[in-house]
Design a protein around this ligand. Structure first.
Ligand SMILES: Cc1cc2nc3c(=O)[nH]c(=O)nc-3n(C[C@H](O)[C@H](O)[C@H](O)COP(=O)(O)OP(=O)(O)OC[C@H]3O[C@@H](n4cnc5c(N)ncnc54)[C@H](O)[C@@H]3O)c2cc1C
Length: 471
């Protein structure tokens, strides 16, 4: 008799939400986390009186996305969310709102007028083609854009591509931009509708009724996509958890029922198999048995833990990642340059994404002070110290006067998502080729980003286990 119904390897937000949901379906769950604390990339901690997060975070799709559904159905406690605010571009002249729709593009005077027109035409063309099923959404943004745009325009598009996928505009697809900037919304309510079960046993007319409903739904969904050319808001249904990112983690932990055991400092070294089925895991000092194992570490590393078919290992090796550097600056006083909620992008002579998180909650910084996180994509993995210096120099150039206000400086080098959404990048999905071994995390699903994507991966895990009659 196995000790647990499910062992979850990895106590990041994907692993913890897997444990929470499975335990609420009655499973006895063990979570094994290799570090001394849980949370992975979803946490906050204190540095010299400032509370930094593991990277600046916007929590997305909160109205009808996967986190909404998970919170409604499984969380006992939910964080208090503060409206996200806006996305801005910083230039030498100050801040300008990032265009959300065609009208905004036309007045976006950060870029040359001719290029703005080209960009809005490209956007209209992409959404129109998508509506009529004619868009090759997997082509790189660079190929889709008209040629001959100015350097500033290419740099701007590149900065947005890096923000949305972690990769350049030559490696980021048109689809990624349309979905990532809320023009197209992959809501979970759509999935719920498609899965809808009839109240009565299926009759012959049920199939035609559901097809008819689905068709109407798809048409209206395409039309609302098109209408967003005029009305879209890039920061649609986004927020920041009051109290910092750890509030989201704490909501999951406080919601956890008693049939979940969490063990930290427990590095899973082996996923154990008998008769071709998974039967548990081995850590440094002992083994644990279970009916099911859910692995939420890096999928690229899965072959180190268990024998897998060669073609599957080859697919996992195609998962791409980005390395990021975040510099948290604790400022001795509030700066007017950071008098906003939301985030800013700098794109000239290098790019950053920045967020003054203490503006959401004054407790995040000591009284009268301010905390801003700046994130960069690391170009040279072999010269992290050089990258840190280059990044700090860029901040000092972009925000004149900040140098004299820096009281605390803290660096984080992280992989934001375990899978970057590039054109040829692979995502593992919730099932592995080994019976009873399931997968969750940001390299198993390519929708949305970060914590929202972790949410999608957990919903897919539940779906797969349900289909396999394991739930
Ligand atoms: C700079 C930055 C900015 C970000 N911005 C956003 C944002 O704006 N919005 C957003 O939603 N998300 C954002 N994210 C991403 C988000 O934080 C992550 O995608 C999410 O937290 C990943 O969760 P995860 O559980 O899938 O992976 P992880 O957090 O990587 O968790 C995996 C866990 O498994 C553990 N583990 C791995 N292998 C083993 C093993 N063999 N045995 C035991 N334990 C193991 C690890 O120690 C870790 O704790 C950002 C991240 C960064 C770094």
């Amino acid at each position: 008799m196995p000790e647990y119904d499910v062992i979850v390897a990895g106590g990041g937000i994907s692993g913890l939400m897997s444990a929470l949901t499975l335990s609420k379906h009655g499973k006895k769950v063990l979570v094994l986390e290799k570090n001394s604390i849980v949370g992975g990339n979803c946490n906050s901690y204190s540095v010299d009186g400032f509370q930094v997060d593991t990277g600046p975070h916007a929590i997305t799709h909160l109205r009808e996305g996967p986190l909404r559904r998970l919170m409604d159905e499984y969380f006992t406690y939910v964080p208090v969310f503060v409206d996200y605010g806006h996305y801005y571009v910083r230039t030498e002249k100050g801040l300008t709102k990032i265009p959300s729709n065609v009208k905004d593009f036309v007045t976006f005077d950060v870029l040359p007028r001719k290029d703005r027109l080209f960009l809005s035409q490209a956007l209209t063309k992409a959404l129109t083609q998508m509506t009529f099923g004619m868009l090759d959404g997997e082509q790189p943004i660079y190929d889709f854009l008209p040629k001959g745009l100015s350097k500033d325009t290419y740099d701007f598009v590149n900065a947005i591509a890096y923000f949305l996928s972690g990769k350049s505009m030559r490696e980021t697809s048109v689809n990624r931009v349309l979905y990532g900037s809320s023009f197209v919304r992959d809501s979970v309510s759509e999935d719920i509708f498609i899965d809808a079960e009839p109240e009565e046993p299926p009759s012959t007319s049920y199939t035609s009724m559901i097809t008819d409903k689905l068709l109407k739904y798809q048409i209206s969904s395409h039309l609302s996509t098109l209408s967003r050319l005029a009305t879209n808001k890039v920061a649609y249904a986004q927020a920041y958890p009051r109290g910092g990112l750890k509030s989201f983690l704490n909501a999951v932990l406080y919601s956890m029922p008693e049939n979940v055991t969490i063990k930290t400092s427990s590095n899973v070294k082996k996923i154990l198999k008998m008769d071709e089925k998974v039967i548990g895991v081995g850590t440094d000092n002992r083994s644990y048995t279970s009916d099911i194992v859910v692995y939420t570490g890096f999928m690229k590393s899965l072959p180190e833990f268990i024998d897998l078919p060669g073609d599957y290992t080859e697919k996992l090796s195609r998962i791409e990642q980005t390395l990021s550097l975040t510099i948290w600056l604790g400022l001795s006083e509030k700066m007017k340059e950071f008098d906003y909620t939301g985030s800013e992008v700098w794109f000239k002579d290098g790019a950053y994404w920045a967020m003054p998180i203490s503006n959401y909650d004054a407790c995040i910084a000591p009284k009268g002070k301010q905390l801003v996180g700046f994130t960069f994509v690391i170009g040279d993995r072999n010269n992290i110290e050089g990258e840190k210096k280059k990044a700090l120099d860029l901040i000092l150039r972009a925000v004149p006067g900040i140098e004299n206000k820096i009281e605390m400086k803290h660096y984080q080098v992280t992989i934001p998502e375990k899978g970057a959404v590039t054109i040829n990048g692979y995502f593992a999905g919730p099932r592995s080729p080994v019976p009873n071994l399931y997968l969750a995390g940001t390299d198993t699903d390519n929708r949305s980003m970060g914590i929202t994507r972790a949410g999608y991966s957990v919903l897919e895990l539940l779906n797969a286990m349900k289909e396999d009659k394991k739930l």
